[in-house]
Design a protein around this ligand. Structure first.
Ligand SMILES: Cc1ncc(COP(=O)(O)O)c(C=O)c1O
Length: 454
């Protein structure tokens, strides 16, 4: 049967024929339950659906339901799922060179990608290390800062999420992730509060800066002197927490005065998710080291740690054994995808396109939801937007409310994720190809879902 263009996945509105999760998703959940460790996938009566296909802003599940994806697959698909130029580049590359020898006989594309990435950096002469996941990029940044400063202590932030590998987990604040592994975690990380200007009684920027200033002086909880300030320019998984004006500049000043390196974890916010290539620019943070991941590989696992040459020169020159590397470093197919993604959404213009789509979504959300009961705040930058849900007193975070909204939205064909320490923020990270019609649809679904009893 011929498929008419209006049936092609990409920019469709949802088509939910079977209440999700349908029988095929449920059957897959049962099979998964018997083969995957129970700590990984949350399985419940109303969650999850199993993805079969994704193009643009659409996802088709195992039951044939079509969804509108406002998660961007954890913020990865900034260009949309299976963006045609990316797919063409990676297919071509896979047929030519599927795997290389990253730090020994490198694939030529590694050079091309690093040239492009370092050209985007804010320093005069920049160099980088490629890796596969965001956590690994953070690990490399933490190693780099230790080598460059000789001071192991780290100041990070409450709410900060930097990954779950042991090094990055030591700087990730959420107790749920840490509690079973405390004995394995480096004890020299001090957590400072992150400002919450939208919340009555929330910690102010001044209080946060005072605390950071003290910690930089007093050292880490284990007495180690501090050499690293690790910060997300906008906290993503903590619930799209946007720092108040001037906060990140002042933070950069404090770090500079203490001769401490600023590591910007831009795994979520970078590559244009918030508009500019790096969100640090948007919020006034002056990083010494930048970590990127997620949208970088446009769907393939790829990350990088970037810094000025003078800092990176703290690493010893390789004499045959790289002291930090990995089997898949500079993976040619991932590099091809990233290069195609950088070409498809030109760094010079991507900011404007992201800002335009984000502004439209934000306008609609504010118009329809600002006064809705239970909505405490709507905030965002570019295509990273959060809706904070609150209790009746309009300040207390509504515990678990965003998961309830996500489950309701799923039934209506909209994919969103909960975020925030209390699961109180609906996080929206759609692709830049999202259409006006899709934005309007998503907003209507969210309006209905946040209503009490939605
Ligand atoms: C800011 C930030 N840093 C690091 C990570 C970890 O990245 P990955 O899950 O690719 O290891 C994430 C993932 O969500 C993130 O949001």
């Amino acid at each position: 049967m011929a498929v008419s263009p209006e049936d092609e996945l990409g920019s469709l509105l949802p088509r939910v024929g079977i209440r999700p999760p349908g029988p095929a998703s449920r059957a897959l959940a049962e099979r998964l339950r018997s083969v995957e460790s129970r700590n990984v996938t949350f399985l419940a009566d109303d969650w999850p659906v199993f993805w079969e296909e994704a193009v643009g802003t659409n996802v088709r599940d195992a039951d044939g339901n079509v969804y509108l994806d406002f998660t961007g697959g954890f913020g990865v698909a900034l260009l949309g799922h299976s963006s045609p130029p990316v797919v063409a580049a990676l297919c071509e590359q896979a047929g030519r060179l599927m795997h290389g020898m990253g730090d020994v006989h490198p694939p030529s594309l590694k050079v091309d990608l690093l040239e492009r990435l370092t050209a985007l950096c804010p320093w005069n002469e920049s160099v980088g290390v490629l890796a596969s996941t965001g956590s690994e990029a953070v690990e490399i940044a933490l190693k780099t800062a230790l080598l460059a400063t000789g001071r192991p202590g780290i100041v990070a932030f409450e709410g900060g999420y930097h990954g779950l590998t042991l090094g990055s987990l030591a700087a990730t604040s959420r107790a749920l992730f840490r509690k079973s592994f405390e004995e394995r975690l480096y004890p020299g990380v001090a957590f400072a509060p992150f400002p919450e200007p939208w919340r009555a009684g929330g910690t102010s920027a001044e209080e946060c800066l005072d605390r950071v200033g003290q910690l930089l002086k007093s050292g880490a909880p284990n007495g180690d002197p501090v050499g690293t300030l690790l910060v997300e320019p906008i906290q993503g998984r903590a619930g799209v927490r946007i720092p108040p004006d001037g906060f990140m500049e002042a933070l950069s000043d404090l770090a500079a005065d203490a001769n401490v390196l600023v590591v910007a974890d831009e795994v979520f916010t970078g590559m244009g998710r918030c508009g500019p290539m790096f969100a640090s620019e948007l919020v006034g943070l002056r990083p010494d080291v930048i970590c990127i991941g997620k949208a970088l590989g446009a769907g393939l696992p790829l990350s990088a740690c970037l810094a000025g040459r003078s800092i990176m020169s703290a690493w010893p020159e390789s004499e045959g054994e790289a002291v930090h590397t990995s089997t898949f470093l500079g993976h040619p197919v991932a590099c091809a995808a990233a290069i195609a993604a950088l070409r498809a959404l030109d760094p010079a213009t991507r900011g404007e396109r992201v800002a335009e789509r984000g502004a439209r979504l934000m306008r609609q959300l504010k118009r329809r939801l600002s006064d809705a009961p239970g909505v405490g705040d709507i905030r965002g930058a570019g295509l990273l937007i959060g809706i904070e849900l609150v209790e009746d007193d309009s300040t207390t975070p509504a515990h678990g409310a965003a998961a309830r909204v996500a489950a309701i939205a799923l039934r209506r064909g909209l994919l969103v994720l909960p975020a925030g320490e209390a699961g109180q923020v609906v996080e929206l990270t759609p692709a830049v190809v999202v259409t006006d019609e899709q934005i309007d649809f998503a907003v209507e679904v969210l309006v209905a879902a946040v209503e009490p009893g939605g």
